[in-house]
Design a protein around this ligand. Structure first.
Ligand code: HEC
Ligand code: HEC
Length: 268
């Protein structure tokens, strides 16, 4: 009887105890990708993430890769990492006022960040993205947003000054991203530095086209390799300038946030 009670206590403990591995967002060792069909899908997903416009020309309307923004294979803290997402989605999103699957969320970035068209929901390539994100999520608990999801926060009560932003942009961003944010390209047409404005960039319906959202990415991650060196005000000034440079226009933006609650920086 006593043994049974002890066993019951032990089981209870194992259900409620915290995960033993630390919850850190990082790139798992690639040797843990299995050498089977599932592993092939994981590898394909990683390839799609890093070479999106080359591999999926029918679905990408600009010259960006997923990893232009989701840095380090989609596994970098505060660069909207994908680790853990298969255990978090489906979630409700106010932008379309419904519960979204992870596949729908991925297609959101295809239509806006990539200025393109959605992948077929049940295609091998969509399953490759999901396989890769699931592999990235090993050791992550289900249903928990880990530290480092999304971007760092900036003070969204600060008023943007695009004039000051323009001056600082010229000083701190154009050496890599070009005078007008058009990016820099190799001879084979691939980018050396991605476009943050113009026809090769994300459209005006993308999260990155919103001043405070872009500022939170820029504050945490730019200039590349020197994250968290700009003040909130500087990041907001720069973001208000470059997000409003000419870029592809998303149709039907007026249908976003059908039940209200649109953030203040949403483009109309
Ligand atoms: C131009 C930058 C950019 C590119 C390129 C981009 N995304 Fe995103 N993505 C974002 C932003 C911004 C968010 C929202 C982050 C936030 O609000 O915390 C996001 C969010 C996401 C999320 C949800 C993250 C979460 O924590 O809920 C997924 C999944 C995602 N993107 C997948 C993709 C995939 C797959 C691609 C390539 C096909 C891609 N993204 C390309 C900017 C980008
Ligand atoms: C030293 C070069 C360098 C500098 C300087 C730099 N960036 Fe970047 N930027 C990069 C690289 C590299 C990436 C990621 C590309 C990749 O990994 O594929 C990137 C990505 C981005 C992205 C997301 C991808 C896209 O094209 O939309 C934005 C937005 C961005 N940078 C804005 C800025 C801003 C604003 C500044 C100035 C504060 C800045 N960057 C300064 C190199 C730089």
């Amino acid at each position: 009887m006593q043994a049974l009670e002890a066993r019951a206590a032990e089981l209870k403990d194992s259900i409620t105890s915290k995960p033993s591995k630390k919850l850190t967002i990082s790139m798992p060792d690639e040797s843990t990708i299995p050498n089977d069909e599932y592993g092939a899908a994981v590898r394909r997903g990683m390839q799609l993430a890093n070479h999106t416009y080359r591999e999926l020309p029918n679905n990408v309307g600009n010259k960006l890769n997923c990893t232009s923004c989701h840095l380090n294979n989609g596994s970098e803290a505060y660069a909207a990492p994908w680790n853990g997402l298969p255990g978090i989605f489906p979630i409700y999103r106010s932008r379309d006022a419904r519960v979204n699957s992870l596949q729908e969320r991925i297609n959101g970035c295809f239509q806006r960040s990539m200025n393109g068209t959605p992948l077929e929901m049940d295609s091998d390539d969509m399953n490759a993205f999901i396989s890769y994100m699931t592999w990235l999520s090993q050791d992550m608990p289900i249903g928990v947003s880990s530290e480092g999801r999304g971007f760092v926060t900036v003070d969204s009560t600060l008023t943007p000054d695009p004039i000051k932003g323009r001056a600082l942009f010229s000083k701190t961003c154009t050496t890599c991203h070009g005078e007008n944010g058009e990016g820099q390209y190799n001879e084979d047409g691939t980018y050396l530095y991605p476009a943050i404005a113009g026809e090769n960039s994300f459209n005006d319906g993308a999260g990155m086209a919103r001043t405070y959202k872009a500022a939170s990415f820029v504050k945490g991650k730019m200039p590349f390799g020197q994250g968290n060196t700009l003040t909130d005000q500087e990041a907001i000034n720069i973001a208000s300038y470059f997000t409003h440079l000419p870029r592809p226009v998303k149709a039907n933006k007026d249908k976003d946030w059908p039940k209200g609650g649109a953030p203040v920086d949403v483009r109309r």
